[in-house]
Design a protein around this ligand. Structure first.
Ligand code: UD1
Length: 416
């Protein structure tokens, strides 16, 4: 199984391009299920999760053509609205096919995702929303089975802010009879990117980016071409890597407008950050100052950046308090960071990180995607060699990771 070997100590410097956003690409590719016409997507990152989704919709009868960062999907012959367990278990976001399939085919059978490394992650809100739109939903033999001749518009309210829940219901509502109002909707930029794509396909959506989204259903949607937005979490991760190593970098093809809360915290930690039109520059101080964070739905601090901030706080001057409010079990990286010499105490959903002068390289294990990113950052600043095991987690979300890190001067190598 692949491992990543990092020789710590290099200050990151130089420029790299940020890839398209995984969490925007996944729902947006599913939007192609809503139409009989071909849809073309550009800036699609080459990631394991994207490959999994394309395979999943390919086996539904959708024609998939992929060349570089361009993907064309033709769902005219879609005839098997089923997402089997074997695929869903490797990627929870497969649940995003549920809404489009019910809306387009009148039926869907999608495996329940089950738990994952960061918590229970149920999909009850997705189901509740479809039921409110008139779908008959049963959960049998581990599968969600939804049926309805045509969904009807409804007023939907989710118990908590859910990103993929909002996306699933917004897609389903596009072909429903009448108006749907999603209250307590997620405001993440990826929801807005999906809405922009759907509108280009002929959907009638207003309010995306606020907590009330209105969708007036139409009879059918058409094809379009859509460019996926930049990955704000990849952007934030490289900013943290540069910050931790005392580096100076420029990230192109991205924008600070998607990550105000992260940029603010990095500035509080002592970094100089300059936002350009399609790029961000960061210059780090000799040593960072600790910054406390509390994760919450957008526009507050993203849970997907929590692990990376634990890594930078591990080597900053001072004490930071990190509160995770989205997922119940998202501190798995803390014990691995401790193996590298970090001083972290966990109490429930709170971690207290006392910065140390130096981390030391060791062998550590990646437990989930963003946890692995925090280990990479820690490995880059640790003295000596760090080996990260199970890096398939990283391949799910970071395109060309070794190449990008090497371009910034890091000493990294993949071991088979
Ligand atoms: C998405 C992102 C993920 C990010 C997360 C939170 C994608 C593909 N993934 O995941 O990277 O970490 O948002 O920003 O975009 N919940 C329920 N019932 C539901 C749905 C959610 O209880 O039906 C709970 C979850 O367990 C969690 C919280 O709501 O505690 C938020 O989860 P949600 O926003 O749905 O996360 P995802 O959309 O799965």
């Amino acid at each position: 199984m692949d491992k990543l070997l990092i020789e710590g100590g290099a200050r990151l410097s130089g420029e790299i391009a940020i890839s398209g956003a995984k969490n925007a690409a996944l729902p947006i590719l599913c939007a192609a299920l809503l139409t009989r016409e071909p849809v073309t997507f550009t800036n699609v990152p080459q990631l394991k999760d994207i490959g999994t989704l394309l395979k999943l919709i390919g086996q539904m009868g959708v024609k998939v053509a992929r060349e570089g960062d361009t993907v064309t999907l033709d769902a005219s012959a879609l005839d098997n609205p089923v997402a089997p367990y074997e695929m869903v278990k490797t990627m929870r976001a497969s649940i995003l096919v549920l809404g489009p399939l019910v809306a387009r085919c009148g039926e869907a059978r999608v495996s329940l995702p089950g738990g994952c490394a960061i918590g229970a992650r149920p999909v009850d809100q997705h189901i509740k929303g479809l039921q409110a739109m008139g779908a008959q939903v049963t959960v049998e033999h581990g599968y969600v089975h939804a049926q309805v001749p045509r969904l009807r518009g409804a007023r939907l309210f989710t118990d908590m802010v859910t990103v993929t829940g909002t996306e699933n219901l917004m897609m389903a509502a596009c072909l429903a009879d009448g108006e749907t109002i999603i209250e307590n909707a997620a405001r993440e930029p990826e929801v807005v990117d999906l809405a922009n794509c759907l509108v280009a396909m002929g959907a009638r959506i207003s309010g995306a980016g606020t907590d009330v989204i209105r969708i007036r259903g139409v009879e059918s949607l058409s094809g379009t071409t859509h460019r996926i937005m930049p990955d704000r979490i990849e952007t934030g991760t490289y900013l943290c890597a540069a910050a931790a190593t005392g580096g100076e970098i420029r990230l192109s093809g991205t924008s600070s407008c998607y990550l105000d809360s992260v940029v603010d915290k990095l500035m509080d930690a002592g970094c100089d950050i300059v936002s350009e039109r399609d790029a961000i520059r960061l210059k780090a101080p000799e040593r960072l100052t600790s910054v406390s964070i509390r994760t919450a739905p957008y526009p507050a601090f993203p849970t997907d950046m929590q692990a990376q901030f634990m890594a930078i706080n591990a080597v900053a001057g001072g004490t930071a308090v990190i509160r995770e409010t989205i997922f119940e079990n998202r501190f798995m990286h803390a014990v691995e960071l401790q193996r590298l010499g970090a001083d972290i105490r966990i109490d429930g959903n709170t971690a207290v990180v006392q910065g140390v002068a130096q981390l030391q390289g060791a062998t550590v294990m990646a437990t989930d995607l963003r946890a692995s990113a925090s280990l990479v950052i820690a490995g880059l600043v640790a003295e000596g060699e760090t080996t990260i095991e199970r890096i398939y987690h990283l391949d799910r979300g970071y395109e060309h990771l070794e190449e990008k890190l090497a371009a910034l001067g890091a000493r990294v190598r993949r071991l088979a």
